[in-house]
Design a protein around this ligand. Structure first.
Ligand SMILES: Cc1cc2nc3c(=O)[nH]c(=O)nc-3n(C[C@H](O)[C@H](O)[C@H](O)COP(=O)(O)OP(=O)(O)OC[C@H]3O[C@@H](n4cnc5c(N)ncnc54)[C@H](O)[C@@H]3O)c2cc1C
Length: 386
């Protein structure tokens, strides 16, 4: 039986980033993912926000053109609200290439990656999996659950589980070069996207057409809602939707960061930990930031030979910084009729409404910095003099 310092379950961005950081610090890391290839079964649009692009080394050659323009539409699509930032706000990643590049980075750092390998469960410090050659097991000092919104690791380790989920689905296809600037179009229509938005991102290279909402509130299911949306999706004038499109989709946890996400045996990162902005449903920036925090505490624990540092990995403490966004999520969830969505646009068209929308769409807030604040200079001096 293999023995490793850390078993990472899930080779999404959260798992691969945590694995890279731990391997770089000299720890023996095994990453497993049930996907046979990281270029397949992609579950995300791949919109990266400016803060992520500024703070993380994503491969520029796999990022689409910068987007500065967001257009918000009411249910009948009339009189949309157009917001333009003075800075580059978003870029859409070629996610197949980005996952593969992240896996190469992890492997170069020394992590082993085993694809086509499904985590099946745990017996004490032994983790059971089924790989291409059948059942296998590994012993690990710590496990990292990076296995998405419906985390099996969370269940096996007795952590909190995501209960507030949106269902999302989208189609992706190539578009011909276009005249106008790239844009992100969002439609607030609860019959298409109950509790969230329908979207089109057209960056002049690819179009992503998607909907997301509370699964039990779609009148005819998320996939029918997407089909309906494709017939009137904005931002695609002059673009013919090809017969063959890439289809993506999956659950999006929007209940905020979970409280109990660590124990002496391991911890959760990314969607498994509920690390998604409850309001925007963006999870790529949060998953990278939380994985950095996870790698730091695991590194300390492995060096100390004690799980004590994992107590610093405290979902309950971080969750308090999501209060505002959770309140706004509850407000968005209450927009249940097209009439209410149309009324919301009356507010959105005012200077105050536009300023509020800019705050959500263009502000630098995404995920609270998980590191505890450094002690103030005076406090540090007092501490040092004791
Ligand atoms: C339709 C949609 C669009 C989205 N668009 C955006 C966006 O544009 N921008 C943004 O910021 N966020 C977006 N999100 C959210 C974002 O994609 C996620 O928050 C982010 O990808 C989470 O990364 P992760 O590594 O935690 O999980 P994932 O990327 O889901 O990775 C989990 C991995 O675990 C593996 N796995 C699961 N169970 C097992 C098991 N038992 N054994 C082995 N492997 C397992 C899976 O195969 C998967 O590879 C979107 C989500 C959806 C559903």
């Amino acid at each position: 039986m293999k023995t490793v310092d850390v078993l990472v379950v899930g080779a999404g961005l959260a798992g691969l980033h945590a694995a890279t950081l731990l391997a770089e610090r000299g720890h023996e890391v095994l990453v497993v993912d049930r996907r046979p290839t990281l270029a397949g079964a992609i579950c995300t649009t791949g919109i990266f926000v400016r803060r992520t692009l500024d703070d993380f080394a994503l491969p520029a050659e796999h990022l689409g053109p910068p987007i500065r323009r967001v257009v918000l539409y009411p249910p009948k699509m009339r009189r949309p609200v157009s917001l333009v930032s003075s800075r580059d706000e978003y870029r859409v990643g070629d996610m197949a290439a980005i996952y593969e590049a992240a896996a190469r980075t992890a492997a170069v750092a020394g992590a082993r990656i085993s694809l086509g390998t499904r985590y099946e469960g745990r017996q004490a410090d032994t983790f059971l999996m089924t790989g291409p050659d059948g059942p296998t097991s590994v012993r690990a000092r710590f496990v990292v659950g990076a296995d998405g919104a419906r985390s099996r690791v969370a269940r096996d380790l007795g952590f909190d589980r995501n209960r507030h989920l949106l269902a999302g689905a989208e189609q992706v296809f190539d578009v011909p070069p276009q005249e106008g600037p790239p844009a992100f179009h969002c439609v607030l229509d609860p019959t298409l996207a109950p509790g969230y938005l329908a979207w089109v991102v057209n960056d002049g290279q690819h179009a992503h057409v998607g909907v997301a909402g509370y699964a039990d509130r779609f009148p005819d299911g998320v996939h029918r809602a997407l089909e309906r949306f494709t017939t009137r999706a904005p931002g695609l004038a002059g673009v013919d939707r090809p017969d063959q499109v890439e289809r993506r989709g999956g659950p999006i946890p929007v209940g905020g960061l979970l409280r109990r996400i660590s124990s002496a045996d391991g911890l959760l990162v990314g969607d498994a930990a509920g690390a998604v902005s409850p309001l925007t449903a963006g999870g790529l920036d949060p998953c990278l930031r939380l994985s950095e925090h996870a790698a730091t505490v695991l590194d300390e624990a492995l060096r100390a030979g004690s799980p004590d540092p994992l107590t610093q990995y405290d979902g309950a403490a971080l969750r308090t910084r999501f209060r505002g966004r959770l309140t706004l999520r509850r407000a968005l969830a209450q927009v249940r009729t097209p009439a209410l969505a149309t009324t919301a646009f009356t507010l959105l068209r005012t200077p105050v409404g536009r300023a509020a929308a800019r705050q959500v769409l263009f502000a630098d807030r995404s995920f609270p910095d998980p590191r505890p604040p450094a002690p103030a200079a005076g406090a540090a001096a007092r501490e040092g003099s004791r």
